[in-house]
Ligand binder design. Structure first.
Ligand code: SAH
Length: 346
């Protein structure tokens, strides 16, 4: 059976090429054609010998995604629904800004972690392959014709539950022979999978780590994020502390503000206390409405009051601008709508 060549990192491809009697340096040429030039067929790779191209074609194919939907927000955010080869679908978001443009990637089809407020966790189907992860960037580049400067793993899925594929994809995104996106411009967001955070610190890559906290209270966090039962706050914070001292990098804690749930000023005080003495910052996120009416965003005034309280407590805090609200930017929403549509049709 043919293999998807986009599931190999550069070193693996070099080894693989030499095993099948081709020159290892061809790996750089193939990377250039696929990732820099966005080509999808070996026959176009004109600096590779005819024999080489035939051998490649016999053994490999170049994975791709199929565009199902392209929604444009009035703030220029674009959300894409892509179909995978087994007809499952994932979402990718393109967020252009003045000097940077960010692609928000999915790492799994659905999610196993079932955060109460999150639309992605309603089902879990499977992990994405490295090819399916990097293809989201290739497709966005191809559709928008705009450069991509930043990557965030904040789409559907828990990236640290698909560790090997996500790390392989990150190395390809970072490779000068492929996307050449600086590691510091790549953010991994996790719900707090402790063994994965421990592993990450030894990867030797300078990516950004974000940890979704959403509450500094163990009882509430158990409810909002069931993952807290397996990896409780106390252990999580001590693991992040180790990560910070080992890597010497600041970590971001994400905190989605939900009205009447985790927005009391006493919650802000608890948060500051939990994070005191850590080289970290809190990123407050405005909740994106889903079809679950239990969770509602805060008004601007209350968001600012929460931020102000954290700042006064000495906690470094920023607010993440919410983009694409009119196109259902919350993770997993579009996919759910699409699947329901399919059910209706079926
Ligand atoms: N599994 C990873 C990545 C998920 S998405 C994680 O948990 O970090 C990135 C962030 O979006 C997470 O902090 C997640 O909790 C948050 N999120 C989920 N649903 C949201 C919604 N409706 N509005 C705003 N943020 C949401």
């Amino acid at each position: 059976m043919k293999q998807d060549i986009k599931n190999f990192n550069l070193n693996e491809l070099r080894v693989c090429l030499s095993v099948i009697g081709l020159k290892p340096y061809m790996a750089e040429q193939i990377f250039d054609w696929i990732y820099k030039k966005g080509r999808k067929s070996f026959s176009e790779m004109s600096n590779i010998s005819r024999r080489g191209r035939l051998i490649l074609e016999e053994r490999f194919y170049v994975g791709n995604l199929c565009l199902l939907k392209d929604l444009k927000s009035n703030d220029d955010t674009r959300k894409f629904l892509f179909e995978l080869s087994d007809k499952k679908s994932i979402e990718t978001v393109f967020i252009p800004a003045n000097k940077r443009s960010t692609v928000c990637l999915s790492s799994q089809v659905g999610c196993r972690f079932k955060c109460l407020f999150c639309a992605s966790g309603r089902s879990f189907l499977r992990n994405l392959t490295p090819s399916e992860i990097t293809s989201q960037v290739s497709c966005v580049l191809n559709i928008t014709k705009q450069p991509v400067s930043h990557i965030v793993f904040m789409g559907i899925g828990e990236p640290m539950d698909n560790y090997d594929s996500v790390l392989k994809a990150i190395r390809i995104l970072n490779s000068p022979y492929a996307f050449n996106i600086g590691a510091r411009r790549i953010t991994i967001s996790t719900s707090g999978i402790i063994p994965a955070i421990k592993k990450l610190k030894n990867e030797g890559l300078q990516f950004e780590l974000s940890v979704s906290l959403h509450s500094a209270d163990g009882v509430l966090r158990n409810k909002l994020m069931p993952v807290n039962k397996k990896y409780p706050l106390k252990n999580l914070i001590s693991c992040v502390k180790d990560y910070i001292s080992y890597t010497n990098r600041q970590v971001t804690f994400e905190y989605v503000l939900m009205a009447g749930v985790n927005d009391a000023l006493s919650s802000a005080d608890k948060l500051s206390k939990l994070l005191s003495n850590l080289n970290c910052k809190v990123n407050l996120i405005i909740f994106n409405k889903t079809d679950d009416a239990r969770f509602q965003p805060l008004n601007k005034k209350d968001v600012l009051a929460f931020k102000d309280r954290l700042l006064r407590n000495g906690t470094h805090t920023t607010i993440r601008l919410s983009r694409g609200q009119d196109i259902g930017a919350a993770c997993g929403q579009l996919r759910i709508e699409h699947t329901q549509e399919n059910y209706k049709l079926g």
